[in-house]
Design a protein around this ligand. Sequence first.
Ligand SMILES: *Cc1c(COP(=O)(O)O)cnc(C)c1O
Length: 229
Amino acid sequence: MTTISTNLQAVGARIATAAQLAGRAVEDIRLLAVSKTFPPERIREAALAGQIAFGENYLQESLDKIAALRDLGLEWHFIGPLQSNKTRPVAEHFAWVHGVERLKIAERLSAARGAGRPPLQVCIQVNVSGEASKSGVSPADTAALARSVAVLPNLRLRGLMTIPEPTENMTMARQPFAALRDLRDALNRDGLELDTLSMGMSHDLEAAILEGATIVRVGTAIFGERQST
Ligand SMILES: *Cc1c(COP(=O)(O)O)cnc(C)c1O
């Protein structure tokens, strides 16, 4: 067995344990393998071990990998910061975008996706802990943005995404995830139909699953430490 398939099994076991602890069905939690900075050969290894969904942050790098791995029929998620001049290739080559934080970006993604394809699945990134350095819309502005994005024709608003500050403490780690879930639940009470909470990474996926994560985005625990960025 390769290291990557062993790591995928270990991450799968962590997800299953956390789901059980949370009293949730393990099928309700998807693993997104974050493959940024790793070459196509490593992604191919993960795909051979059964992994289908991959997350990428850097546009040019990801387009090269998507082209190199076209034969595998993988599902690509763009999870990096997105500038408005990069929306077209993202709308064309990805199935999901997790980091929408401005209406203008969502409008451009919708226009570039066009009507002939399945809608682009999107999440709004929320800065739940309110740090000035973090990207994402503020909790207070999330409802207005969500309502505007939800009516765009070629997108389907699936839910919310967040990247909290790392912390060692489980109780502290759960707080921002609980806040994101509460925000999603409030939007659903207001008539939206959001089924996705994209939250939890290698170091905090258990805390995220306990608070309702439906997609965990895991890089290091699958592919190993990244060299840069
Ligand atoms: C890099 C990255 C991840 C994966 O982080 P790990 O700590 O390596 O699991 C998840 N989400 C986003 C948005 C990332 O940029």
